[in-house]
Write a protein that binds this ligand. Structure first.
Ligand code: PGA
Length: 265
């Protein structure tokens, strides 16, 4: 039986003081002791302080990215021992925003600027191997843009991203991974993917895991849906056969709305 995971991705939001206040609100709602597993992914600068606040609460701490080496001349990067020192157990890898794929147009994000977000399927795979080998649980993101969906390519894009993320993973390893299907056009736009369609694509993620790593891996792997998840649509999404949780952006930034999603699970 797969345990539902509700992960909050705060992206580039929140100071340390704000994160501490949020943790107090989460603890007051007893959110670490509910049916769903709960995880908060703040900015790097808030990780340590939030980890201290969450210790013993049952709420897990996650990072928004990782590098694939422990230490060295890699300016700006962060490694597994550094994250673990802060109390991190989950790590988001290959979010569409770190891949430079945005659903909401930003005028200053020219093609040249987008190169800044240099994530590729290869680095996603390297980070996932490194994280897992060092005791962290990867949440690997995949998703298609609106253009790709309208061209009828969503299914192949997802299968391709998942296949490349799974390169050289054994079935046993793959069973412990978490994937998050996040249609790029539904992130931060208020547009949720229709429940049946979200479940169908999460099913493609699972069948791709089966194809690459075997059916036991597909049974074990958790597939989250992300993209404008809120209390009002969480129950329906989480009641489907292939959605095992949610990766939540905007609605994870208010204790009440995040609690509403946790309670829906
Ligand atoms: P959203 O973001 O819930 O604000 O759409 C989800 C995500 O990007 O993980």
């Amino acid at each position: 039986m797969r345990r539902v995971l509700i992960a909050g991705n705060w992206k580039l939001n929140g100071t340390i003081a704000w994160a501490k206040e949020f943790a107090a609100g989460m603890k007051a709602q007893n959110n670490g002791n509910k049916a769903a597993e709960v995880c908060l992914c703040p900015t790097f600068t808030s990780l340590y302080a939030l980890g201290q606040e969450l210790a013993g609460s049952g709420i897990a701490l996650g990072a928004q990215d990782i590098f694939w080496k422990d230490s060295g001349a890699y300016t700006s990067q962060v490694s597994a021992p550094m994250l673990q020192e802060c109390g991190v157990s989950y790590v988001i890898i290959g979010h569409s925003e770190t891949r430079g794929r945005y659903g909401v147009p930003e005028p200053d994000f020219t093609p040249e600027v987008l190169k800044h977000f240099g994530e590729t399927d290869t680095t996603v795979n390297m980070k996932a191997h490194y994280a897992l080998a060092n005791g962290l649980k990867p949440i690997i993101c995949c998703g298609e843009t609106l253009e790709e969906r309208e061209a009828g390519k969503a299914d192949t894009i997802i299968a391709d991203q998942v296949t490349k993320a799974l390169k050289d993973f054994t079935g046993e390893q793959a069973a412990t991974l978490v994937f998050a299907y996040e249609p790029v056009w539904a992130i931060g736009t208020g547009k949720t993917c229709d429940t049946a369609e979200a479940n169908r694509i999460c099913g493609i993620v699972r069948s791709t895991v089966a194809k690459c790593c075997g059916s036991a891996a597909a049974e074990g792997v958790r597939v989250l849906y992300g993209g404008s998840v809120k209390p009002s649509n969480a129950k329906e999404l989480l009641a489907t056969s292939d959605i095992d949780g949610a990766l939540v952006g905007g609605a994870s930034m208010k204790v009440d709305s995040f609690t509403g999603i946790i309670d829906a699970a």
